[in-house]
Ligand binder design. Sequence first.
Ligand code: GLU
Length: 443
Amino acid sequence: MALDSGRKQPASTWTKSDAAKPGAPAVTQGHVNPYEMAVQQFDRVVDLIKLDSGIAEILRHPQRELTVNFPVRMDDGSVHIFTGYRVHHSIARGPAKGGLRFASAVDIDEVRALAMWMTWKCAVVSIPFGGAKGGVACDPKSLSLGELERLTRRFATEISILMSPDRDIPAPDVNTNPQIMAWIMDTYSMHAGHSVTGVVTGKPLSVGGSEGRAEATGRGVLYTIEEAIRRRGNSLQGMSVAVQGFGNVGSVSAKLLDEAGAKVVAVSDSKGGIYNPAGLDIKQLVRHREEQGTVRGFRGTEVVTNAELLELPVDILVPAAYENQITAVNAPRIKAQLVAEGANGPTTPEADRILFDRGITVLPDILCNAGGVTVSYFEWVQDLQEFFWEEAEINAKLKRVMVRAFDAVEQAQENHQADMRTAAYVVGVQRVAEAIKTRGIYP
Ligand code: GLU
């Protein structure tokens, strides 16, 4: 899409009758371009907070975008060219921060959207970073370990013109993990001639990683759900949960929700899902997945598809996989009362509207899954000061940050009588706009 795309949607808060109003955006079917979606979400709050039009225009565009085409020597001796990206949406509040994704669907618009969401997310939890994202279009499951390492090291070198602890700090995202972060740290360090641990977060503990980072996103999802439920005077005990995705975010969310007394009845991965209304034994399931490579086939469960999982009769739904999962098509059939976005961008704007009209609360990604980048911030601080904290301290600090962010979003929700996503955007966008205004437009 064109970068100078204008406003796509009236930037008012929703009311129950909005969808029926003449001029209200038509509810279209299905998937949405993620960058268009990110701009639509942003534009909803521009009028609401009376954002200066110049600042709005700045923030509609990513600040810089790097596309790299690079060769990797495959195990069979052939050379394969991969395409990767690193996008900085905004560095107004600090160094660019955000993960790297290795997946077939990676393209520039997805990376732009994810970078923009990182800007708001870092601002919502009030950590001093701007927003970035990167990725390589590839199918990591088809690569050998050696190919994956060579791809990672070459990609790290290609984007090293942007990376450094005070400029751009990558982290894990879909299909990337602590080992990949260690290769990036090592590659950067080899070029620097000394170990630079603070250039990437989500590293293994042995090379400057942080206690609690591996579980941080899922733990933040748990804290956000607990806050939402507690503030309604309810308890998580016995509430049924379906989790879409069993990667780092989904599996840890399922485990921690189970430990906190919820009943996880369904989970899924890329091969499909499993369901048992009586509840799943998550510890056994994690073992099954380690042995079998999938959650499928876990005893005592019925098979469901990823799409069916979203529509199960549960109290809480945690989409923890990809964008574009809850759309105008299936939003009318969602049965959960609470949707906690472990993934980035799982709900389209049309689906948001439908869920809102149906009285379903959405805990938005830029709040709900911000635990990961929050502990990335702690990791970066620890690396820079070369002094490391204990896990209990990290988790307590994470909880304080998440509750404080929840408070700010709830306050904005009251002030603007808005849904939680709009409220989170109000908080995030205002903080970024304040930084831009204070710094001024150079020159
Ligand atoms: N990829 C994660 C996210 O989407 C973490 C980013 C980070 O830690 O920098 O929030």
